[in-house]
Design a protein around this ligand. Structure first.
Ligand SMILES: [Ca+2]
Length: 389
């Protein structure tokens, strides 16, 4: 009421021509009253492409997974169990009410990734993964809810990764939809190495699910009596990066190795990615794990890092803002605190660059926004915007 009175008074002070201009601008596109100027954190002016990193939001919890709801609003999870969104033009942050039952927020556990349903615009459905506790044990679960106003309603558990263990580590997990509408979900080995090779367990696997969390009938182990029907690939340690290429449909999964041996894998249906039988890493106390780096019937990564960078979110850039970076892989690095960039030719890395390493930030997630800027979240409680200079 007050606002409209002010607008009328304001309009009275304008000449008719000005008033018209104002009205037409308002009707064609909403006017942003206070477009927020972002705080500059870093400028790269030595090696091309020149770019800058600015702070979209700070003093947050640990932002884990992010997605754009539309061109203006970015939603994210925080590990302690919060969901928030921000208007990227005004900087206004809104807490989204959501209740994640039995959330285990300790060690590496907590609220993890989120993904919007491919038809989110119509159905407002959002999927989340989190660490779920039952007694003294925990596992990773998948839930789905609906965004209504500023809350998530009808939260329902769709999938519980079997089995439960008492361990604060290796929950995974990332979510990604493919073009056909199937949902891929990574689950870590929970520190139970052998589980990654055991097809009757969901641990150390990439799962392929329908929109209701069920195994589609063409999954690779659907007819295998003792195997979990949801499994798509196995032999993974702790996959915290997953990206499905929007054009080629190729699935890339990124996982933490032990000491050394972090990997990016190009995923094929039903294949074994080797953990813990083959790895380029060693145990933290130095002894050898498994049988070496290669074995028949087990897949090789397309990239591995020793020493470990501890890769988290994964993005293959396809936007228009950075033409030099088109097709490049961006990985958030936690332990070695940088944004990792890889350029591939065929399946060979021809260039690796460690961006923003002087900031010493634990990069958790990295996504491309609708306009081609790159957005990264860091465990220090910030979300950054990366744009060309
Ligand atoms: Ca492997």
């Amino acid at each position: 009421m007050k606002k409209s009175c002010c607008l009328i008074l304001f309009a009275l002070f304008l000449s008719p021509a000005q008033a018209d201009k104002k009205t037409s601008a308002r009707s064609s596109k909403p006017v942003i009253e206070n477009e927020k100027k972002l705080e500059l954190l870093f400028e790269e002016k030595k090696t091309k492409p020149y770019f800058k990193a600015e702070i979209l939001a700070k003093k947050l919890g640990a932002p884990w997974g992010m997605a754009f709801l539309n061109e203006r609003e970015l939603i994210w999870t925080e590990r302690k169990g919060l969901v928030k969104k921000i208007d990227i033009l005004t900087g206004q942050i809104t807490v989204i009410k959501a209740l994640f039952k039995n959330l285990y927020h300790k060690g590496q556990g907590g609220l993890l990734d989120l993904a919007l349903h491919p038809k989110f615009k119509k159905n407002k459905r959002i999927y989340f993964t989190y660490s779920f506790s039952k007694g003294k044990k925990q596992t990773t679960v998948l839930v789905r809810g609906q965004l209504k106003g500023n809350q998530i309603i009808n939260l329902k558990k769709l999938r519980t990764a079997k089995d439960f263990y008492n361990s604060g580590i290796h929950f995974g997990s990332r979510l990604a939809f493919d073009k056909k509408g199937f949902l891929f979900m990574t689950v870590g080995d929970r520190g139970q190495k052998k589980s990654a090779q055991n097809l009757s367990s969901h641990l150390g696997k990439l799962l392929r699910l329908d929109e209701n969390g069920k195994a589609p009938p063409d999954n690779p182990f659907i007819k295998h009596k003792k195997a979990k029907a949801e499994i798509y690939s196995y032999g993974h340690r702790n996959p915290q990066g997953l990206f499905i290429h929007p054009e080629t449909g190729q699935i890339y999964l990124q996982e933490h190795g032990p000491r050394g041996g972090d990997e990016i894998n190009l995923i094929e249906k039903g294949k074994n990615y080797g953990w813990p039988i083959i790895t380029y890493g060693r145990a933290y106390i130095g002894f050898k794990i498994g049988e070496g780096t290669h074995k028949k019937g087990m897949e090789q990564p397309i990239k591995h890092w020793t020493p470990s960078i501890a890769p988290s979110g994964l993005l293959i850039y396809s936007g228009k803002k950075f033409t030099d970076w088109k097709g490049d892989f961006f990985s958030g690095a936690l332990a070695l605190t940088h944004l990792n960039r890889l350029k591939f030719r065929e399946r060979q890395v021809i260039k690796e660059e460690r961006l923003l390493s002087s900031l010493r930030l634990r990069f958790r997630d990295v996504i491309e926004g609708p306009k081609g800027f790159i957005w990264a979240s860091v465990d220090q409680g910030m979300i950054l915007k990366i744009s060309p200079l």
